[in-house]
Design a protein. Structure first.
Length: 134
């Protein structure tokens, strides 16, 4: 298992981010999957998406200052991500933290490659979010 974390200043308030960021929006900004469906459940939102010949199902739950989501079904053995934001200067600090595991030997190498790819997705998401408010 490998962990990655990225953060970025975004020139908007946490309240505006909370309104703007939806599970579907976040998946689209990551750039690897296109959202097919987002549905409400008693626990949160479930997003079904596909891309590159793969399908993924992500379960989202709201947090006080962000979202947490986990892969229910998809290409990895484990994928869990937390999005958080807090006020900073005259905007917000947005952070994405993710844990990935491929389940494919040799794990030390494959998990590191998956983390490298995941870091790119998280950076892409932050760039897309920031661009909306610049």
């Amino acid at each position: 298992m490998a962990e990655v974390s990225v953060s970025r200043f975004v020139p908007t308030t946490p309240a505006e981010l909370e309104t703007f960021l939806t599970p579907a929006t976040l998946v689209e900004y990551e750039g690897s999957f296109a959202v097919r469906e987002a549905r409400e459940t008693p626990e949160g939102v479930v997003v079904l998406a596909d891309g590159g010949g793969m399908e993924i199902e992500l379960a989202f739950e709201p947090r006080e200052e962000g979202l947490r989501y986990e892969q229910r079904r998809g290409p990895l053995e484990r994928l869990a991500t937390t999005l958080s934001y807090r006020a900073e200067n005259e905007g917000s600090r947005v952070e994405l933290r993710s844990t990935v595991a491929t389940g494919t030997p040799p794990r030390a190498i494959t998990d590191r490659v998956a983390a490298w790819k995941r870091r790119g997705e998280l950076r892409r998401a932050l760039s897309g979010i920031a661009a909306e408010f610049e």
